[in-house]
Ligand binder design. Structure first.
Ligand code: FMN
Length: 326
């Protein structure tokens, strides 16, 4: 997959409840080369759960997406991976297996980062899924499970041997959740240990961070998660920085509100009633703007697209007043 990642260097990470079609559309427009679906339950798919299947829908502007599966039963994972491949055809870039999610409700079932504690099972899953599909299969994992016990290098070797075509590494331990800083040197150690492409992930918040991550670790691609929340422009900034070009200016307050409006519209078109999901996005877009503290409460009461538009109008007015006052 080295060729693939030479052309896909900036990736929007899988984010449950966040990286849906709306955010993916906006990040692609700003320069993300590839996006991941939210994590998809293999078990949920095996029950033909409609909500789970919905996660596989592409936005109209998307040509391809990477689908991330989670689960711990090799046979179920393999069967559902084959089903996804059949359903999606060329719109599937590759299948990724989640071995990094630290949420208790996931790890208590043996899914996500719990698989880092059971490398034999992780190997069996990768073996079963790669045997079941023609598309490349990748694995996303963390620095290790227990804080201070770095197992990612050995784990990476095992995943490569089992057939993984690329690896994405988030430089935190599962027990750390999102505390502390991602250790980019751990990602560098994985990169040196394997021959398949490695995607680096953790704490990329600016274009300069993307460049620093590549320089420090030698990774083939950069994956961004929280930095893109309320900030799809990060991809344009990272793209310019990686190309050695000057970074575009940060968006103005008006541009941030325009983007939030579009985001709400896209969510409404694609998710309908699920537009309440826009509340957290709206908070992220508004963070630090004049009037944001007052708008926060109003946003939390928004239920319809019109509700959001009204709050955005008010906020824009508040910003204009603020600017007029100098
Ligand atoms: C709200 C949220 C949801 C996430 N969901 C997933 C997921 O479904 N699958 C996954 O592999 N990682 C998930 N992650 C982890 C991110 O993909 C990423 O590894 C992590 O946030 C570190 O990158 P960052 O520092 O750029 O945020 C999630 C993170 C957040 C904040």
């Amino acid at each position: 997959m080295h060729d693939f990642f030479r052309q896909h260097r900036l990736l929007l990470a899988p984010m449950a409840g966040v990286s849906d079609e709306a955010l993916r559309t906006l990040c692609r427009e700003q320069g993300a080369d590839l996006t991941y679906t939210e994590m998809v339950s293999a078990k949920g798919l095996s029950y033909a759960n409609e909500k789970t299947r919905h996660l596989l829908h592409l936005a109209p502007a998307e040509d391809q997406v990477a689908v991330q599966l989670f689960g711990h039963e090799p046979d179920t994972m393999a069967a559902q991976a084959a089903w996804i491949e059949d359903e999606m055809g060329d719109s599937l870039a590759y299948l990724d297996i989640n071995m990094g999610c630290p949420a208790r409700k996931i790890t208590s079932k043996g899914d996500g980062s719990a698989l880092m504690r059971d490398p034999e099972l992780a190997v069996a899953i990768v073996g079963a899924v790669t045997a079941a599909v023609k598309h490349p299969v990748t694995v996303k994992f963390r620095r290790g499970w227990a804080e201070g016990d770095e197992t990612c290098v050995e784990f990476a070797r095992r995943m490569e041997e089992a057939g993984a075509a690329a690896l994405a590494v988030h430089g935190r331990f599962a027990e750390q959740l999102y505390r502390g800083r991602a250790e980019w040197d751990a990602i560098a150690r994985v990169k040196r240990a394997v021959g398949v492409p490695v995607v680096g992930n953790g704490d990329v918040r600016t274009g300069a961070d993307a460049v620093a991550l590549v320089q420090r670790t030698g990774v083939d691609a950069v994956m961004i998660a929280r930095g893109a929340e309320g900030n799809p422009w990060l991809f344009a900034q990272a793209k310019a920085a990686l190309a050695g070009d000057p970074e575009p200016d940060a968006p103005s307050a008006g541009e941030r509100i325009d983007m939030a409006r579009r985001h709400a519209r896209l969510l409404f078109e694609r998710q309908g009633r699920n537009i309440v999901r826009m509340r957290k996005h709206a908070m992220w877009y508004m963070a630090g703007l004049p009037g944001a503290a007052v708008a926060r409460e109003r946003i939390n009461a928004c239920v319809t697209l019109e509700d959001f538009d009204r709050v955005f109008d008010e906020l824009l007015e508040c910003i204009r007043d603020h600017e007029a006052r100098g």
